[in-house]
Design a protein around this ligand. Structure first.
Ligand SMILES: Cc1ncc(COP(=O)(O)O)c(C=O)c1O
Length: 307
């Protein structure tokens, strides 16, 4: 039997969780910060742009807040994408404009997006489908010319790179999922990249009750180790969509093994490819030869050079 979407969890994760239990602090604290730092490092990007959260869906909703989607806006959404995107757009009264995707990679391309741009277009969501990156140069160039925000749904692209740059860190905002079916699993959880540091601070406050992103003491708004935790300043309305040290501990343990998980997926990809290519009646997606690295979440066509 081939098990799809089965997490690889075991003793390493339990050991890290035990350390958190032993510390007597299971809320958002040191381990969450450690996970954010290690995750950003694994993507070769500065930690100041990263924020952990409860799910990738929460991060997608957050994008509709921080970019202020409203009823005057049109948001371009790939016709094959995750339901949270459409829900976030309509929750703000903005109009969803569906956009075709490439027939084999199922990724959006600049030429598909271009057809739908109007003066009302505020943002485009792109999904790196199955962990294979979209062609970002053309998309970024088009969106820059038209002053459109680029939001990268990288839920399945936890360690995918486009020309050496991590998927999720190329546009204005990106998000990853660590739910029960993802390559890096924290049972539920998500990570966010926001390019603009000022917007990232606002986002941080919105995810945690509106508490100031930086306390006067310079520590973050986690109440761990804060002697006067009952004294709050509230900067803005906020939800409570933060990661905690228990799920972050799973994340730290999974991160150490991520490279191995992905190599194994690549090995299996190659095995399927080398067997399927023998059959002349089947149109097999060619092996990756593009200048990108996939996370091999799905078995997909990555050979865009041939078309
Ligand atoms: C492409 C894509 N985007 C977003 C999500 C939402 O992620 P989460 O379950 O963390 O909310 C998923 C989850 O499967 C997904 O596959």
């Amino acid at each position: 039997m081939i098990n799809l979407f089965q997490p690889s969890l075991g003793q390493d994760e339990l050991d890290e969780i035990k350390k958190v239990f032993d510390s007597n602090w299971i809320g958002k604290g040191r381990v969450v910060r450690e996970f954010e730092e290690k995750f950003s490092k694994s993507l070769k990007t500065d930690a100041i742009h990263f924020l952990s959260t409860t799910s990738c869906t929460e991060a997608i909703y957050l994008s509709s807040d921080i970019f202020d989607f409203n009823c005057d806006d049109e948001i371009i959404v790939p016709s094959i994408s995750f339901p949270s995107i459409g829900s976030a757009v309509v929750s703000k009264g903005a109009k969803i404009v569906f956009c075709d995707v490439d027939i084999r990679s199922l990724n959006v391309r600049a030429q598909d997006i271009e057809k739908h741009i109007t003066t009302k277009t505020k943002a485009v969501f792109i999904t790196h489908y199955g962990g294979v990156s979209c062609d970002m140069d053309d998309i970024l160039c088009l969106c820059k010319e038209n002053n459109i925000k680029v939001i990268e749904d990288s839920a399945c692209a936890v360690r995918s790179f486009y020309k050496g740059k991590a998927c999720g860190t190329i546009g204005d905002m990106g998000m990853w999922s660590f739910d029960a079916m993802k390559t890096l699993c924290t049972s539920d959880g998500g990570m966010i990249y926001i390019k603009d540091k000022a917007l990232k601070d606002i986002a941080q406050e919105q995810l945690y009750l509106g508490l100031p992103a930086k306390q006067k003491s310079g520590v973050d708004s986690s109440s761990e180790g804060n002697a006067s935790w009952w004294e709050f300043e509230i900067n803005r309305p906020g939800r409570r969509a933060i990661m905690n040290d228990v799920t972050a501990a799973m994340g730290c343990a999974q991160l150490k093994k991520l490279e191995t998980f992905i190599s194994r997926r690549k090995e299996i990809y190659n095995k399927y490819y080398n067997s399927l290519i023998q059959l002349d009646w089947i149109d097999v997606p060619p092996i990756e030869n593009y200048e990108n690295e996939s996370s091999y979440y799905f078995f997909l066509d990555t050979d865009r050079k041939k078309r």
